[in-house]
Design a protein around this ligand. Sequence first.
Ligand code: PXL
Length: 271
Amino acid sequence: MVKIVTIAGSDASGGAGLEADLKTFSEYGLYGMAAVTLIATMDPDHNWAHAVFPVDEKTMRAQMETIFKGVGAIAAKSGMLGTGYAVALTREYIRSYNITHYVLDPVMVCKGNDEALNPELNNAVASTLLPLAEVVTPNLFEAGQLAGIKDISSIDRMKEAARIIKDKGATTVFIKGGAKLPHAEHAVDLLYDGNAFELFEAPLIKTTWTHGAGCTTSAAIAAGLARGLSVYDAVALAKQFITESLRASFALNQWVGPGNPSNWRKSTLFG
Ligand code: PXL
């Protein structure tokens, strides 16, 4: 079995975070492991308000030892880290165990919430994790934060942000414009490796149930890299994977709904 790890938060509702990552890894036929950084819960009595419960440092390190020293992984992704020590431990283990296939999803926001979650961590993520990342996968908001520019509302601005983020050390930058660019007719994402800009376009799936789409996309890229694909091919396949997932998205309740990562298998197995 090819082994892969996510260092991420648990989404108690199951659609995002490490739950989305593990489902995605499984669809790629991989053995997935998870180091839990925090647990995110939602309050059904208060409009699904989020609360975050960080895992303590000792427990985090014990998980990293289990996974990296005890088992080993060919690839890793990180999602919501939540604390300074989770950022530091991620750096320490990715470096010590020479994980070259590392996908950094610089999670700063949950859907519909444009306030950065842990703004004090963004500098540490940019200075210590970006240089280790084979691919970094910000959405438009996160790209703006990482690049220090506001209002990324065009492909030219996405390119400008990608250049700045690349200069901060990531090997490749994948900015997810998705449905968020003004007047978007396609879901447009941008890949930049320091040489060429590649645009990825997919049909825009009109759904409000996109919870976990970012997590699933970065997990699929990491899974493709673990499978031996090039960055370009891993991104291209991840794009198809998330499009199929969103095609089968559904409501969990009045507030939230995820995609369905197993729709990829259904569409490839059963047409
Ligand atoms: O979708 C971003 C995200 C990432 N990780 C966890 C989350 C969320 C959003 O709810 O709960 C654990």
